[in-house]
Design a protein around this ligand. Structure first.
Ligand code: CP
Length: 310
């Protein structure tokens, strides 16, 4: 099958066919092998990619910066607000319009819901959404399915529990669509205040997703092949009081894993605060740091594909 990703914006988790998802994962796997073999990759030599992060990030920003250089391209980074003309009141739209004239592709994260859609309309070059508000984080969800396939040996027909802040956690908003496409059953386990937004659950069900909603974390773990934990997204709460009500409402620790499902695979987009106890880290199923590492290969694949160099 022929795929054409050249010039394409990466905005939502629901913009890909299942064949395209498999092609992206296969491309990431090839890059992983090439990097591990010590090859100096030059696929995107001569290209320049900008990273514009209007919101804090470690993994997305640095794995993109690593991926850009590892495919042979060069990168420029906007830096934080104090060193750019944001400090003089420039709008993000004007910043983007300007940078679009310098580069061949742009990675952007912004706290505003829907900013990625607006950005893609402004930019002439491919726009990759590194997270827009509480809406979508498609490159995270792509690296998540790549990790699920590696950790479980295949993807499809499994039961996945999403545990935690499903309301504000944009990674699960994107990942839910991929799980539906691969025919994975989903269990949404969260406190009532942090339930998956109804429009997303409804949309997923209308596409045929098998979803159970529960607050019984132990039973969800017993029934699952994999648990995907998210942190309480403090920065997205309307006020501190609502955050404090939810803070610490679920914590996965080693004892709970051993008592319910010792073989379960555990993922988390990171950063974590306290929702996975550090005594879980040494369990064989604790995949979250491997997951973060996979992000670099997946982002190399995306860069190669949207620039049309592979
Ligand atoms: N998972 C993720 O998006 O991490 P960062 O916020 O550190 O980029």
């Amino acid at each position: 099958m022929e795929f054409n990703f050249k010039g394409r914006d990466i905005i939502n988790g629901y913009d890909f066919t299942t064949q395209e998802l498999c092609h992206i994962m296969d491309t990431a796997m090839i890059y992983e092998k090439r990097v591990k073999s010590g090859e100096a990759i030059k696929d995107c030599e001569g290209m320049l990619v900008a990273t514009l992060f209007f919101e804090p990030s470690t993994r997305t920003r640095l794995s993109f910066n690593s991926a850009i250089q590892r495919v042979g391209a060069s990168t420029i980074d906007l830096g934080n607000a104090s060193v750019s003309s944001q400090a003089k009141g420039e709008t993000w739209q004007d910043t983007l319009r300007t940078v679009d004239g310098y580069v061949d592709a742009i990675v952007m994260r912004h706290p505003q819901d829907g900013s990625a859609i607006e950005a893609a309309e402004i930019a002439q070059h491919p726009l990759i959404n590194g997270g827009d508000g509480k809406r979508q984080h498609p490159t995270q969800a792509l690296l998540d399915i790549y990790t699920i396939r590696k950790e479980l040996g295949h993807i499809g027909g499994q039961t996945i529990t999403f545990l935690g802040d499903l309301k504000y956690g944009r990674t699960v908003h994107s990942l839910g669509y991929f799980m539906q496409q691969f025919g994975n059953k989903m269990i949404f386990a969260s406190p009532d205040e942090l339930k998956m937004p109804e429009d997303i659950t409804k949309d997923l069900r209308s596409k045929g997703a098998d979803i159970t909603e529960t607050s019984d974390v132990r039973e969800a773990l017993r029934q699952s092949d994999l648990v995907y934990v998210t942190r309480v997204q403090r920065e997205r709460f309307p006020d501190e009081e609502s955050y404090l009500r939810c803070k610490g409402s679920y914590i996965l620790d080693r004892k709970m894993v051993m008592e319910t499902n010792p073989n379960i695979t555990i993922m988390h987009p990171l950063p974590r605060v306290d929702e996975i106890a550090t005594d879980v880290d040494t369990l064989p199923g604790a995949a979250y740091f491997r997951q973060a590492h996979n992000g670099m290969y997946l982002r190399m694949a995306l860069l190669g594909l949207v620039t049309g160099r592979i």
